[in-house]
Design a protein around this ligand. Structure first.
Ligand code: NDP
Length: 289
């Protein structure tokens, strides 16, 4: 298949690498040197102009926000052939994505939202969980490409449903991370050994990905490697709150998580999402270690 990939960041770069191994791939990145590096490393072809993707059967976007995707779709959509498919792997906003999809569909380009979960490790391994929104037919047409980076592909509903599920998933991650941080800060201040507490919690009912992986690997170690940035998590929380509000659900815990991580973003800027716990630590006067 002729595939185009737009957005070679932490996630997109390795995802596109898997596509290059199976399909005829043209890559485009806002910073062109990254596309050139990808072409050299993965034998893809680097386009320095979006028009270089006009003949693609499938176009993939993996950008920070739906607004970024919408802007690119406005430029590239009119150049694509009828019958092509746009696969949006961005963690996006269902409302904005539906507007983008409508404009693409009017031009005969199908749209599938296909955000991913599994982080940079899953992207490198090609084992991401993909949640798809769109028609079964369109998802099936995109499947040979999506399979390149997926360990699991689940259709969760119509256009926008993938983005909604992704936002809620990440809101759950945020709640688990922050609440585990509060609990462990309290234990540390009370004189309990954090590593021993985590050993117990991770063999008990309070465990989560935050306690099993994120807090030991990133917070207790003080490494805080920036592989999933705090601005992106704050964006996802805003989308999740929007999904809940539109559905008429009183999601006050999600709203509080959005507020806490939003404050951390104001104080810390562009750091790894786990570094948000530093704000909690500063306020409590203790380190989770
Ligand atoms: P990065 O910040 O690492 O990469 C963003 C990419 O988008 C870069 O290629 C960047 O280009 C490009 N870009 C940014 N703004 C624009 C724009 N206005 N127009 C065109 N290109 C633009 O992000 P990630 O790879 O971490 O995340 C991508 C998406 O995947 C996000 O929606 C995120 O929420 C989601 N995600 C991230 C995960 C993670 O662990 N990091 C896990 C699962 C989902 P340039 O090189 O020029 O900066």
């Amino acid at each position: 298949m002729k595939v185009g990939f737009i957005g070679l960041g932490t996630m997109g770069y390795p995802m596109a690498g898997h596509v290059a191994a199976a399909h005829d791939l043209v890559v485009w990145n806002r910073t062109a040197s990254v596309a050139d590096r990808h072409a050299e490393e993965h034998s893809s072809l680097a386009a320095h102009d979006l028009a270089g993707l006009a003949d693609r059967d499938v176009v993939v976007t993996c950008l920070p926000t739906s607004a970024d995707v919408d802007e690119i779709a406005d430029r590239l959509g009119p150049l694509l052939a009828r019958g092509s498919v746009w696969v949006d792997a961005t963690s996006g906003d269902p409302e904005v994505a539906r507007l983008t999809a409508t404009r693409l569909t009017e031009r005969g380009v199908a749209y599938v939202d296909a955000p991913v979960s599994g982080g940079s490790t899953g992207a490198s391994a090609g084992t991401l969980t993909v949640m798809c929104g769109g028609s079964t037919d369109d998802i099936d047409r995109a499947r040979p490409v999506v399979e390149c980076w997926a360990g699991r592909i689940v259709r969760v509903g119509d256009i926008g449903a993938g983005h909604a599920v992704k936002a809620v998933n990440n809101a759950l991650l945020a709640v688990a991370l922050w609440s585990a941080g509060e609990g462990l800060a309290a234990l540390a201040k009370a004189g309990v050994d954090v590593t021993a507490a985590l050993e117990v919690i991770n063999a008990s009912s309070g465990r989560s990905n935050a306690t099993v992986t994120l807090i030991p690997d990133r917070v207790v170690s003080r490494a805080f490697p920036n592989t999933f940035s705090l601005p992106l998590l704050v964006k996802d929380l805003g989308i999740a709150v929007g999904v809940a509000t539109r559905a008429g659900v009183d999601a006050r815990v999600l709203r509080l998580a959005a507020e806490r991580f939003g404050t951390a973003l104001e104080r810390l800027g562009d750091v790894d999402h786990t570094a948000a716990l530093r704000v909690l630590e500063e306020d409590a006067g203790v380190e989770i270690r």
